[in-house]
Design a protein around this ligand. Structure first.
Ligand SMILES: [Zn+2]
Length: 402
């Protein structure tokens, strides 16, 4: 337990920690006066202090940047065992087919080992909170024991409207298991092409009371828009491959986002994941239609699957709230927020470090509704503290300080 008020009022500073750095990022901005961070004996943040009041022999000083622990807004911990299994840049359709046919062919032990290792990898890379997709209960035990805070998105897949009650009931059962494991959770649709209007509406109604966040994979490929505009392309093919007739589906003539977003209008925070093929028009329309949108970038996964990145400029011009996700090890080589930021910095060298760090900390926390506990240095809380170095427009993760 932290005794922030007691310590603030007291001049007796030991056994506290006093940390200074060349640059301190507080979750929103770099601090001007470069103060010293005072932590208590449980590594909870007490206060900022000026240099005069601190004995230099007690000071831990770091070159580079100090920032709060990272918030990974989108991950699939349960796919971790499929690291290195899939061919890169083979396109979304091949990736989806592979996931569907291969994910369950691995021994249980291998699945569990992958989950435990990935959870450890994220913690060691300075990630303190994660929005994590679950289709199964495979990750629940690890997440319950983890040092990382997880919000579990119970993901529902059901494109045929006739199956809505069955799919929803299965989701509710998995949700009950997550709640029994003390995991904060909410039901979410997988993607526009895999969740019917009625399923999305039921999910949207389900979070009215909790106002917990909802996420959906959005416009990860151009084929998704083609499917909604004309019922053509890869997704029409995918349903043929799966031998699932989709006679019930009528194309809307609009992009996927414009078609499905009205179904999710009751949701509070809504995290749109990928957005690789969201047009400027889509972005402007969606922000007006839904006031609590968060736009999640998963740049390494986008390069891995489709070899394309979203047009970041369009999002920033419209003042979108950006967050960052690693996606899963099935479509990434690491689960590291600095790796994701570095891809953004190397492709869009005008992105400010302060913006990217904000997306990876306080914006992620706000998206997951955990802004009172993560994403900034918060009095009385240990929100994680990362030491980074910066050079040649790239960040290096150095170590966790708390
Ligand atoms: Zn995903």
């Amino acid at each position: 337990m932290c005794h922030a008020e007691f310590f603030s009022a007291s001049l007796v500073y030991l056994p506290m920690r006093f940390i200074s750095a060349a640059h301190i990022f507080d979750g929103e901005k770099f601090l001007n006066k470069n103060p010293i961070l005072v932590l208590d004996d449980k590594n909870c943040f007490v206060e900022y202090s000026d240099r005069k009041s601190i004995d230099r022999s007690n000071l831990e000083h770091y070159d580079g940047i100090i920032c709060p622990g990272f918030v990974n807004a989108h991950c699939h911990l349960e796919l971790s065992h499929m690291k290195g299994v899939f061919e890169e840049k083979a396109g979304m359709l091949n990736f989806a087919k592979n996931i569907i046919t291969k994910r369950m062919t691995f021994p249980k032990e291998q699945i569990q080992e992958g989950i435990v290792e990935a959870d450890k990898m994220m913690w060691e890379n300075g990630i303190v909170a994660v929005g994590d997709i679950s289709n199964t209960q495979d990750t629940f035990e690890t997440k319950q024991r983890s040092k990382i805070f997880y919000h579990t998105f119970i993901e529902l897949i059901g494109f045929n409207p006739e199956r809505v009650e069955t799919v929803f009931a299965l989701g509710k059962e998995l949700q009950r298991m997550a709640s029994n494991a003390d995991l904060k959770n909410s039901l979410v649709p997988h993607a526009p092409y895999s969740a019917s209007d009625s399923l999305m509406q039921k999910i949207s109604a389900d979070v009215i009371e909790t106002k917990y966040p909802v996420s959906i994979h959005n416009q990860e490929t151009e084929e998704e828009n083609l499917f909604f505009k004309k019922k053509e392309g890869d997704f029409a093919e995918l349903y043929k491959f799966l031998q699932m007739p989709i006679d019930f589906f009528k194309p809307s003539g609009y992009s996927s986002l414009k078609t499905y977003l009205p179904n999710l209008s009751n949701c509070g925070n809504l995290i749109l994941v990928h957005n690789t093929f969201s047009s400027k028009e889509d972005i402007i329309w969606a922000n007006k239609f839904h006031e609590q949108l968060y736009w999640c970038l998963c740049p390494n996964a986008n390069l891995f699957i489709e070899n394309t990145l979203p047009n970041i400029n369009d999002f920033l011009k419209e003042n979108c709230r950006m967050v960052i996700g690693t996606d899963s090890l099935a479509s990434n080589h690491s689960l590291s927020m600095t790796d994701e930021i570095n891809v953004l910095l190397s492709h869009f060298n005008w992105i400010k470090i302060a913006d990217a760090l904000k997306w990876a900390t306080s914006n992620g926390a706000a998206a997951l509704g955990i802004q009172n506990n993560f994403g900034k240095f918060i009095k009385g809380k240990n929100t994680g503290m990362n030491h980074l170095n910066y050079g040649s427009n790239q960040l290096t993760f150095n170590k966790k300080l708390t």
